[in-house]
Design a protein around this ligand. Structure first.
Ligand SMILES: NC(=O)c1ccc[n+]([C@@H]2O[C@H](COP(=O)([O-])OP(=O)(O)OC[C@H]3O[C@@H](n4cnc5c(N)ncnc54)[C@H](O)[C@@H]3O)[C@@H](O)[C@H]2O)c1
Length: 302
Protein backbone atom coordinates (compact mmCIF):
# COMPACT_ATOMS: atom_id res chain seq x y z
CA UNK A 1 0.00 0.00 0.00
CA UNK A 2 1.19 3.53 -0.70
CA UNK A 3 2.60 5.28 2.38
CA UNK A 4 0.09 8.17 2.00
CA UNK A 5 -2.81 5.70 2.10
CA UNK A 6 -1.24 4.00 5.13
CA UNK A 7 -0.91 7.32 6.97
CA UNK A 8 -4.54 8.22 6.14
CA UNK A 9 -5.75 4.89 7.50
CA UNK A 10 -3.61 5.40 10.59
CA UNK A 11 -5.15 8.85 11.20
CA UNK A 12 -8.67 7.45 10.74
CA UNK A 13 -7.94 4.63 13.17
CA UNK A 14 -6.55 7.05 15.77
CA UNK A 15 -9.68 9.19 15.36
CA UNK A 16 -11.89 6.09 15.77
CA UNK A 17 -10.05 5.00 18.94
CA UNK A 18 -10.38 8.53 20.37
CA UNK A 19 -14.14 8.36 19.88
CA UNK A 20 -14.23 4.84 21.35
CA UNK A 21 -12.22 5.99 24.39
CA UNK A 22 -14.51 9.02 24.82
CA UNK A 23 -17.64 6.84 24.77
CA UNK A 24 -15.85 4.50 27.20
CA UNK A 25 -15.67 7.36 29.72
CA UNK A 26 -19.48 7.18 30.03
CA UNK A 27 -20.34 3.62 29.08
CA UNK A 28 -18.34 0.44 29.24
CA UNK A 29 -20.16 -2.88 29.53
CA UNK A 30 -19.01 -5.16 32.34
CA UNK A 31 -18.14 -8.77 31.70
CA UNK A 32 -19.84 -11.59 33.56
CA UNK A 33 -17.43 -13.35 35.93
CA UNK A 34 -19.83 -15.98 37.30
CA UNK A 35 -18.74 -19.61 37.16
CA UNK A 36 -15.12 -18.64 36.47
CA UNK A 37 -11.99 -19.45 38.49
CA UNK A 38 -9.35 -17.15 39.97
CA UNK A 39 -6.00 -17.30 41.74
CA UNK A 40 -5.43 -14.41 44.13
CA UNK A 41 -1.94 -13.97 45.62
CA UNK A 42 -1.68 -12.22 48.98
CA UNK A 43 -5.27 -13.35 49.50
CA UNK A 44 -4.92 -13.22 53.29
CA UNK A 45 -3.92 -9.53 53.28
CA UNK A 46 -5.77 -6.24 53.72
CA UNK A 47 -6.89 -5.67 50.12
CA UNK A 48 -6.80 -9.38 49.14
CA UNK A 49 -9.45 -10.19 51.73
CA UNK A 50 -11.89 -7.82 50.04
CA UNK A 51 -10.95 -8.76 46.46
CA UNK A 52 -11.89 -12.31 47.49
CA UNK A 53 -15.23 -11.05 48.83
CA UNK A 54 -15.95 -9.14 45.61
CA UNK A 55 -15.14 -12.23 43.54
CA UNK A 56 -17.19 -14.75 45.50
CA UNK A 57 -20.11 -12.30 45.49
CA UNK A 58 -19.89 -12.62 41.68
CA UNK A 59 -19.86 -16.43 42.00
CA UNK A 60 -16.17 -16.85 41.08
CA UNK A 61 -14.31 -19.84 42.57
CA UNK A 62 -11.26 -18.37 44.30
CA UNK A 63 -7.89 -19.88 45.25
CA UNK A 64 -6.24 -17.77 47.94
CA UNK A 65 -2.46 -18.07 47.85
CA UNK A 66 -0.50 -16.60 50.72
CA UNK A 67 2.84 -17.19 52.40
CA UNK A 68 0.78 -16.83 55.58
CA UNK A 69 -1.80 -19.60 55.15
CA UNK A 70 -3.44 -18.85 58.51
CA UNK A 71 -4.36 -15.37 57.20
CA UNK A 72 -5.89 -16.88 54.05
CA UNK A 73 -7.78 -19.46 56.17
CA UNK A 74 -9.20 -16.62 58.27
CA UNK A 75 -10.53 -14.88 55.14
CA UNK A 76 -12.08 -18.15 53.99
CA UNK A 77 -13.70 -18.77 57.40
CA UNK A 78 -15.07 -15.24 57.59
CA UNK A 79 -16.62 -15.43 54.11
CA UNK A 80 -17.95 -18.94 54.71
CA UNK A 81 -19.63 -17.54 57.83
CA UNK A 82 -21.42 -15.11 55.52
CA UNK A 83 -22.62 -17.96 53.31
CA UNK A 84 -19.97 -17.83 50.57
CA UNK A 85 -18.41 -21.11 49.48
CA UNK A 86 -15.94 -21.99 46.72
CA UNK A 87 -12.89 -20.55 48.49
CA UNK A 88 -9.71 -22.65 48.62
CA UNK A 89 -6.55 -21.74 50.52
CA UNK A 90 -2.92 -22.64 49.86
CA UNK A 91 0.41 -21.85 51.46
CA UNK A 92 2.67 -20.45 48.75
CA UNK A 93 5.76 -18.29 48.76
CA UNK A 94 5.40 -16.70 45.33
CA UNK A 95 9.08 -15.74 45.23
CA UNK A 96 9.92 -19.45 44.84
CA UNK A 97 9.24 -20.68 41.32
CA UNK A 98 9.05 -24.34 42.47
CA UNK A 99 6.45 -23.37 45.10
CA UNK A 100 4.36 -21.58 42.45
CA UNK A 101 4.54 -24.61 40.14
CA UNK A 102 3.66 -27.08 42.92
CA UNK A 103 0.74 -25.04 44.27
CA UNK A 104 -0.56 -24.40 40.73
CA UNK A 105 -0.90 -28.17 40.25
CA UNK A 106 -2.83 -28.52 43.54
CA UNK A 107 -5.01 -25.52 42.62
CA UNK A 108 -5.93 -26.91 39.20
CA UNK A 109 -6.86 -30.23 40.84
CA UNK A 110 -9.32 -28.37 43.10
CA UNK A 111 -10.67 -25.65 40.77
CA UNK A 112 -9.89 -26.73 37.20
CA UNK A 113 -8.16 -24.38 34.74
CA UNK A 114 -7.67 -20.83 36.00
CA UNK A 115 -9.38 -17.95 34.17
CA UNK A 116 -8.22 -14.98 36.21
CA UNK A 117 -4.90 -14.29 37.91
CA UNK A 118 -4.68 -11.51 40.49
CA UNK A 119 -1.03 -10.72 41.29
CA UNK A 120 -1.81 -8.86 44.49
CA UNK A 121 0.78 -9.89 47.13
CA UNK A 122 3.28 -7.16 47.92
CA UNK A 123 5.62 -5.80 50.57
CA UNK A 124 6.72 -2.29 51.51
CA UNK A 125 9.76 -1.28 53.55
CA UNK A 126 9.93 2.56 53.30
CA UNK A 127 13.50 3.61 54.11
CA UNK A 128 16.14 5.98 52.83
CA UNK A 129 18.06 4.22 50.04
CA UNK A 130 21.26 4.33 52.11
CA UNK A 131 19.61 2.40 54.95
CA UNK A 132 18.20 -0.41 52.79
CA UNK A 133 20.02 -3.73 53.15
CA UNK A 134 20.81 -5.90 50.15
CA UNK A 135 18.34 -8.50 51.46
CA UNK A 136 15.55 -5.89 51.73
CA UNK A 137 16.11 -4.59 48.20
CA UNK A 138 16.18 -8.09 46.72
CA UNK A 139 13.08 -9.15 48.70
CA UNK A 140 11.07 -6.14 47.47
CA UNK A 141 11.79 -7.02 43.84
CA UNK A 142 11.28 -10.76 44.41
CA UNK A 143 7.81 -10.32 45.94
CA UNK A 144 6.55 -7.23 44.10
CA UNK A 145 7.83 -7.87 40.57
CA UNK A 146 9.75 -11.06 39.80
CA UNK A 147 7.13 -13.38 41.32
CA UNK A 148 4.68 -12.13 38.64
CA UNK A 149 6.79 -13.83 35.99
CA UNK A 150 6.38 -17.21 37.76
CA UNK A 151 2.61 -16.92 38.17
CA UNK A 152 2.08 -15.56 34.64
CA UNK A 153 4.22 -18.32 33.10
CA UNK A 154 2.11 -20.82 35.03
CA UNK A 155 -1.37 -19.57 34.09
CA UNK A 156 -1.04 -17.66 30.82
CA UNK A 157 -0.61 -20.73 28.54
CA UNK A 158 -4.08 -22.16 29.27
CA UNK A 159 -5.65 -18.68 28.97
CA UNK A 160 -4.06 -18.31 25.51
CA UNK A 161 -5.19 -21.78 24.54
CA UNK A 162 -8.81 -21.00 25.50
CA UNK A 163 -8.48 -17.45 24.16
CA UNK A 164 -10.05 -16.22 27.39
CA UNK A 165 -8.58 -14.87 30.62
CA UNK A 166 -7.47 -11.86 32.59
CA UNK A 167 -4.28 -10.99 34.45
CA UNK A 168 -4.65 -8.25 37.04
CA UNK A 169 -1.38 -6.87 38.40
CA UNK A 170 -1.58 -4.66 41.46
CA UNK A 171 1.04 -1.93 41.07
CA UNK A 172 0.53 1.33 42.97
CA UNK A 173 0.45 5.10 42.43
CA UNK A 174 4.10 4.64 43.43
CA UNK A 175 4.41 2.77 40.12
CA UNK A 176 3.49 5.98 38.29
CA UNK A 177 5.22 8.70 40.31
CA UNK A 178 8.39 8.68 42.40
CA UNK A 179 8.03 8.87 46.19
CA UNK A 180 10.85 9.69 48.62
CA UNK A 181 11.91 6.74 50.84
CA UNK A 182 10.34 4.28 48.39
CA UNK A 183 13.20 3.81 45.91
CA UNK A 184 12.97 0.00 46.00
CA UNK A 185 9.16 -0.07 46.16
CA UNK A 186 8.71 2.53 43.36
CA UNK A 187 11.20 0.73 41.13
CA UNK A 188 9.44 -2.59 41.76
CA UNK A 189 5.99 -1.09 41.04
CA UNK A 190 7.12 0.86 37.95
CA UNK A 191 8.33 -2.61 36.92
CA UNK A 192 4.82 -4.01 37.37
CA UNK A 193 3.35 -1.23 35.19
CA UNK A 194 5.99 -1.92 32.51
CA UNK A 195 5.45 -5.66 32.71
CA UNK A 196 1.68 -5.16 32.29
CA UNK A 197 2.07 -2.92 29.22
CA UNK A 198 4.59 -5.22 27.52
CA UNK A 199 2.59 -8.35 28.35
CA UNK A 200 -0.53 -6.81 26.77
CA UNK A 201 1.46 -6.26 23.55
CA UNK A 202 2.89 -9.82 23.64
CA UNK A 203 -0.67 -11.15 23.84
CA UNK A 204 -1.98 -8.81 21.11
CA UNK A 205 0.84 -9.88 18.79
CA UNK A 206 -0.37 -13.48 19.22
CA UNK A 207 -3.85 -12.29 18.22
CA UNK A 208 -5.33 -13.53 21.51
CA UNK A 209 -8.01 -12.02 23.69
CA UNK A 210 -6.48 -12.32 27.16
CA UNK A 211 -6.81 -9.06 29.09
CA UNK A 212 -4.17 -7.38 31.24
CA UNK A 213 -4.93 -4.73 33.85
CA UNK A 214 -2.50 -2.74 35.99
CA UNK A 215 -3.97 -1.36 39.20
CA UNK A 216 -2.59 1.81 40.79
CA UNK A 217 -4.07 2.51 44.22
CA UNK A 218 -3.20 5.45 46.43
CA UNK A 219 -2.67 4.84 50.20
CA UNK A 220 -4.96 2.13 51.59
CA UNK A 221 -5.47 1.44 55.29
CA UNK A 222 -3.96 -2.06 55.53
CA UNK A 223 -1.18 -3.83 57.47
CA UNK A 224 1.20 -2.96 54.57
CA UNK A 225 1.06 0.72 55.54
CA UNK A 226 0.50 0.16 59.28
CA UNK A 227 3.62 -2.04 59.52
CA UNK A 228 5.96 0.78 58.49
CA UNK A 229 4.83 3.14 61.26
CA UNK A 230 7.52 2.11 63.81
CA UNK A 231 10.18 3.86 61.72
CA UNK A 232 8.25 6.43 59.62
CA UNK A 233 4.95 8.24 59.07
CA UNK A 234 2.79 7.68 55.99
CA UNK A 235 0.89 10.92 55.42
CA UNK A 236 -1.11 12.88 52.89
CA UNK A 237 -2.16 16.45 53.55
CA UNK A 238 -5.26 16.55 51.32
CA UNK A 239 -6.23 12.99 50.38
CA UNK A 240 -7.76 10.56 52.83
CA UNK A 241 -6.37 7.02 52.88
CA UNK A 242 -8.69 4.56 51.12
CA UNK A 243 -10.43 1.72 52.93
CA UNK A 244 -9.48 -1.74 51.61
CA UNK A 245 -13.08 -2.76 50.81
CA UNK A 246 -13.53 0.36 48.66
CA UNK A 247 -10.19 -0.24 46.91
CA UNK A 248 -11.06 -3.90 46.19
CA UNK A 249 -14.50 -2.96 44.81
CA UNK A 250 -12.98 -0.41 42.42
CA UNK A 251 -10.29 -2.91 41.41
CA UNK A 252 -12.78 -5.64 40.51
CA UNK A 253 -15.11 -3.19 38.75
CA UNK A 254 -12.17 -1.95 36.64
CA UNK A 255 -11.30 -5.54 35.79
CA UNK A 256 -14.94 -6.22 34.80
CA UNK A 257 -14.77 -3.26 32.41
CA UNK A 258 -11.45 -4.58 31.02
CA UNK A 259 -9.73 -1.30 31.90
CA UNK A 260 -6.02 -1.35 31.06
CA UNK A 261 -5.11 0.78 34.07
CA UNK A 262 -7.25 1.28 37.13
CA UNK A 263 -6.40 4.38 39.18
CA UNK A 264 -7.85 4.25 42.68
CA UNK A 265 -9.34 6.73 43.36
CA UNK A 266 -10.01 7.64 39.74
CA UNK A 267 -9.05 11.30 40.30
CA UNK A 268 -5.42 10.09 40.51
CA UNK A 269 -5.43 9.74 36.71
CA UNK A 270 -5.85 13.47 35.88
CA UNK A 271 -3.49 14.27 38.79
CA UNK A 272 -0.79 12.05 37.23
CA UNK A 273 -1.25 13.54 33.76
CA UNK A 274 -1.18 17.12 35.02
CA UNK A 275 1.96 16.47 37.11
CA UNK A 276 3.64 15.13 33.94
CA UNK A 277 2.76 18.33 32.10
CA UNK A 278 4.24 20.61 34.77
CA UNK A 279 7.88 21.72 34.60
CA UNK A 280 9.89 19.33 36.87
CA UNK A 281 10.57 21.95 39.54
CA UNK A 282 6.90 22.97 39.64
CA UNK A 283 6.04 19.27 40.06
CA UNK A 284 8.37 18.96 43.07
CA UNK A 285 6.93 22.16 44.55
CA UNK A 286 3.38 20.79 44.21
CA UNK A 287 4.57 17.56 45.86
CA UNK A 288 6.05 19.46 48.78
CA UNK A 289 2.79 21.39 49.13
CA UNK A 290 0.67 18.21 49.00
CA UNK A 291 2.93 16.44 51.56
CA UNK A 292 1.99 13.01 50.38
CA UNK A 293 4.30 10.10 51.09
CA UNK A 294 6.49 8.62 53.81
CA UNK A 295 8.23 10.90 56.27
CA UNK A 296 10.70 10.56 59.16
CA UNK A 297 8.99 10.17 62.56
CA UNK A 298 10.11 13.63 63.69
CA UNK A 299 9.03 15.40 60.43
CA UNK A 300 7.17 18.66 61.05
CA UNK A 301 4.12 19.01 58.76
CA UNK A 302 2.70 22.45 57.79
N1 LIG B 1 -1.92 -0.56 51.22
C1 LIG B 1 -1.59 0.38 50.36
O1 LIG B 1 -1.51 1.59 50.71
C2 LIG B 1 -1.28 0.04 48.94
C3 LIG B 1 -1.23 1.10 48.02
C4 LIG B 1 -0.92 0.79 46.70
C5 LIG B 1 -0.68 -0.51 46.31
N2 LIG B 1 -0.74 -1.52 47.26
C6 LIG B 1 -0.44 -2.87 46.80
O2 LIG B 1 -1.59 -3.66 47.02
C7 LIG B 1 -1.21 -5.02 47.21
C8 LIG B 1 -1.88 -5.58 48.46
O3 LIG B 1 -1.40 -4.82 49.56
P1 LIG B 1 -2.09 -4.81 51.00
O4 LIG B 1 -2.16 -3.38 51.39
O5 LIG B 1 -3.30 -5.65 51.02
O6 LIG B 1 -0.92 -5.47 51.85
P2 LIG B 1 -0.99 -6.51 53.07
O7 LIG B 1 0.35 -6.45 53.72
O8 LIG B 1 -2.19 -6.25 53.90
O9 LIG B 1 -1.18 -7.90 52.32
C9 LIG B 1 -0.16 -8.45 51.52
C10 LIG B 1 -0.31 -9.95 51.55
O10 LIG B 1 0.73 -10.50 50.73
C11 LIG B 1 1.23 -11.65 51.38
N3 LIG B 1 2.61 -11.92 50.95
C12 LIG B 1 3.73 -11.20 51.21
N4 LIG B 1 4.81 -11.81 50.69
C13 LIG B 1 4.36 -12.95 50.08
C14 LIG B 1 4.99 -14.01 49.39
N5 LIG B 1 6.32 -14.04 49.23
N6 LIG B 1 4.23 -15.01 48.89
C15 LIG B 1 2.89 -15.00 49.05
N7 LIG B 1 2.23 -14.04 49.73
C16 LIG B 1 2.96 -13.02 50.23
C17 LIG B 1 1.19 -11.29 52.87
O11 LIG B 1 1.25 -12.44 53.71
C18 LIG B 1 -0.13 -10.54 52.96
O12 LIG B 1 -1.20 -11.42 53.26
C19 LIG B 1 0.32 -5.00 47.28
O13 LIG B 1 0.86 -5.38 46.03
C20 LIG B 1 0.65 -3.56 47.58
O14 LIG B 1 1.95 -3.21 47.14
C21 LIG B 1 -1.05 -1.27 48.54
Amino acid sequence: MHIVAEVLILILMIFFFYIQAFIGLFYKPKKDLSGRTAVLTGGGGGIGRFICRELVQRRVKVALWDVNKAAADKVKEELQGKGFSNIYTYQCDITKKEDVQRVAVETRKDLGEINFLFNNAGILIAKDILDLSEAEIRRTFEVNTISHFWTIQEFLPSMLEKNYGHIVNTASMAGKVGVAWLTDYCASKFGVVGLSEALRLDIMRRGKDVKVTAVCPFFVNTPLVANVTPHCKPYSRFDKFLEPDDCARQLVEGMERNDQTVYIPSKMFPATISSMLLPRKAGYTVNEFAQSGFFPKDYKFH
